[in-house]
Write a protein that binds this ligand. Structure first.
Ligand SMILES: [Zn+2]
Length: 301
């Protein structure tokens, strides 16, 4: 065994995708399908492989009694439930400090009530982070954050960021500049979270492989296509840093059940048939597991 791999799944509610694209959130006939359909499929697939994963859950979802039962089932099978904010605001870093704190604590309370266990890890919606977020996570006793993405050419980002902030999508308007945070977990400096510091809070970067620099993320993979994003699968055994893969609930949703009609045109890969999606997830899990053992993020943080 040369290292470890982490399966992480962001269970973003369908409503967040609709809102983000200016579509009517009420246009989705089955708004809870990510929890009711995709989560059980992930659990079944992971169970057959003996993999324990980390699921990032939005607090408002955990409040629903049926969702809470599904999340308890996941915990009963050894998976981790972590905090993905209360309402999934893509502009988290633009909120006031007390609003950011409320996003953390309301989700924490909802998840704790649902599964009987306090979350120890956090991932920001849309990877939208700021120093205040890291200071709050530290003061609330979080063990790790998993929001930073070690993008290739990350060293150029500080130069590109002023332009991206002015002209890019709103989720980047308040983004702090971070050069490449590296690929291995480290203790952060909350004021400059892309750099190592003395905090008890650790950063577990994910979503990109160091060599070749290809995405470990279903979102990026859908944009680049399976052929390019699949490059890492052959070279993964050569990489020593942990491989932290970012799946989304959408990756195992069946578009034919009426849940995704308004999103179909807007979200790459969403309209692939379910059997294609299942094969893709299985292929990724095969590659991640080559010479590696699977751990949850809480086991690294
Ligand atoms: Zn999300």
């Amino acid at each position: 065994m040369s290292g470890v791999a982490c399966v992480t799944v962001d269970l973003d509610p369908l409503e967040t995708y609709l809102r983000n694209r200016g579509l009517d959130p009420r246009s989705c006939p089955r708004p809870r399908a990510v929890l009711t359909d995709a989560l059980p499929r992930f659990l079944e697939l992971l169970e057959t492989r003996g993999i324990r994963a980390t699921f990032f859950v939005v607090g408002t979802d955990a409040l629903h009694p049926e969702n809470a039962a599904l999340l308890r089932d996941a915990v009963g099978r050894g998976h981790e439930i972590a905090n993905h904010s209360h309402t999934h605001p893509y502009d988290l870093s633009a909120l006031s400090v007390s609003e950011i704190e409320a996003e953390i604590t309301a989700a924490q309370d909802a998840i704790t009530a649902a599964v009987g266990r306090r979350p120890v890890g956090f991932r920001a919606p849309g990877w939208n982070v700021c120093p205040a977020l890291f200071r709050l996570l530290e003061s609330h006793g979080y063990r790790y954050d998993a929001s930073l993405v070690p993008l290739p050419l990350g060293r150029l980002l500080p130069f590109a960021l002023p332009v991206i902030k002015r002209t890019g999508p709103p989720i980047f308007r308040n983004q702090i500049a971070w050069p490449n945070p590296g690929h291995s977990p480290y203790r952060v400096d909350p004021n400059t979270p892309h750099r190592p510091g003395e905090s008890r809070l650790r950063e577990i970067p994910g979503g990109w492989q160091s060599f070749p620099p290809v995405p470990l993320s279903s979102t990026f993979s859908a944009l680049l296509g399976d052929r390019i994003s699949g490059l890492w699968e052959r070279l993964a055994p050569l990489v020593s840093a942990p491989l932290v893969y970012i799946f989304h609930g959408l990756d195992l949703l069946d578009h034919t059940t009426g849940i995704a009609a308004p999103l179909g045109a807007a979200k790459p890969g969403l309209r692939d048939p379910l059997d294609v999606k299942v094969r893709r997830v299985n292929r990724i899990l095969d590659a991640l597991g080559k010479g590696r053992r699977f751990v949850r993020l809480q086991d690294l943080g």
